[in-house]
Design a protein around this ligand. Structure first.
Ligand code: AMP
Length: 114
């Protein structure tokens, strides 16, 4: 997979509102937010789907979860709560094949499965 749209954001080839970044993780606001806070947390490594996670990715996946907690605190939604979602493949509704975690919050969220 050469150059997903998220890799273009990582490489500053297209704009995004970046809210968090480390050597291995980037997070930016979703272009079509589904909640008052809707942030995508993305490993810079191009892992296409959750199915493609390797043993060697355990560290970056841990960093992704740590980033989620830190961003939630940064956004002021940690105490009220939020939802983390990772869509995988067609039935999961995945549109961008560069692994990412949605962080959604800022209001009472509805039912998880529609
Ligand atoms: P998924 O369906 O889990 O693959 O989610 C992909 C998400 O990426 C969707 O919520 C889109 O709104 C979001 N998205 C697509 N392109 C961009 C972009 N250029 N900047 C920010 N978010 C984007």
């Amino acid at each position: 997979m050469a150059g997903s749209i998220f890799t273009k954001i990582i490489n500053r080839e297209i704009p995004a509102t970046i809210v968090y970044e480390t050597d291995s993780i980037i997070a930016f606001r979703d272009i079509a937010p589904q909640a008052p806070v809707h942030i995508l947390i993305v490993p810079k490594k191009e892992i296409p789907t959750v199915n493609d996670i390797q043993e060697s990715d355990t560290s970056v996946m841990g960093e992704l979860m740590l980033a989620a907690a830190r961003i939630a605190a940064q956004e002021g939604i940690a105490e009220d709560g939020y939802r983390l979602i990772m869509n995988c493949n067609r039935h999961g509704g995945q549109e961008v094949y560069h692994l990412h975690c949605h962080l959604l919050g800022g209001k009472q969220l509805g039912r998880m499965i529609q």
